[in-house]
Design a protein around this ligand. Sequence first.
Ligand code: NAD
Length: 254
Amino acid sequence: MGPEGKIAVVTGAGSGIGRASAEALAKAGARILASDIDYESARQTVSAIETAGGKAFALQADVSEPDDVKRMIDAAVSRFGGLDILHNNAGILSGPRFPDSDPSCWRRAISVNIMGVLSGIHYGTEAMRQRGCGVIINTASISGLEPHFTDPVYAATKAAVVNLTRSLTFLKEEANIRVNCVCPGFVRTDLEAHSSAVLDAEAQRRFKSRRAGFKDLPALEPDDIAQAVMKLIHEDGLNGKACIVNPGEPWQIQ
Ligand SMILES: NC(=O)c1ccc[n+]([C@@H]2O[C@H](COP(=O)([O-])OP(=O)(O)OC[C@H]3O[C@@H](n4cnc5c(N)ncnc54)[C@H](O)[C@@H]3O)[C@@H](O)[C@H]2O)c1
């Protein structure tokens, strides 16, 4: 499916990968609902899209709240007339390291990273069934495919997203809806800053030291992930796949 003339919702669109994805989709001719828990950041994404000649509007929604996700999908349908593309991208780190961390930290990460994707797919497929087709991209992580000793709970949530994606291939047959995910390695974004409410000083030190380990690798930028998202949208044969994007390596589709 080419994005031209299509209607797309992107969560976590105010920053990093979500902003790059929203901008790439708009550039390819899609109309965008840019959603974020932080309305002002989503509005800035919309402003950049409009300056470049695209069409978009901003909406505040916390993906951990199913009612917010329903409101977001309903807004795309009422504003633009339907939903063709959904990028479930919003996500956070879990914070202090499991198993010592507080249950509130795991609950928040699970609510945003797993519940957010489940709700997006639940309400998104409802809207896509009305159109007779659709494409869903979930942002997982390389941490969903290999251990992440700095944040095991984050790794568990991303593994859930990968296997959820792989378990939904039946939607293609049933409703002409394809579901794929991207699994980025380390990308230069503000993920740690946006997760800082849950990152105590010790967690910040651990993440900083992990980041230092990447300093000699070529950096991944949000646009690199947006390009992988575009490929997963374009290629009709891709369904239930994880696209691994690592610095300095060709994409692997598994
Ligand atoms: N940066 C990386 O190295 C990396 C690697 C692999 C996967 N990821 C994943 O990419 C996705 C995007 O992260 P990013 O790196 O662009 O970080 P980012 O912090 O720059 O962007 C995430 C956006 O999500 C928003 N957000 C956070 N909680 C939300 C919620 N409950 N509801 C709605 N919006 C919410 C934030 O406000 C922010 O705008 C996340 O799912 C993250 O886990 C990031």
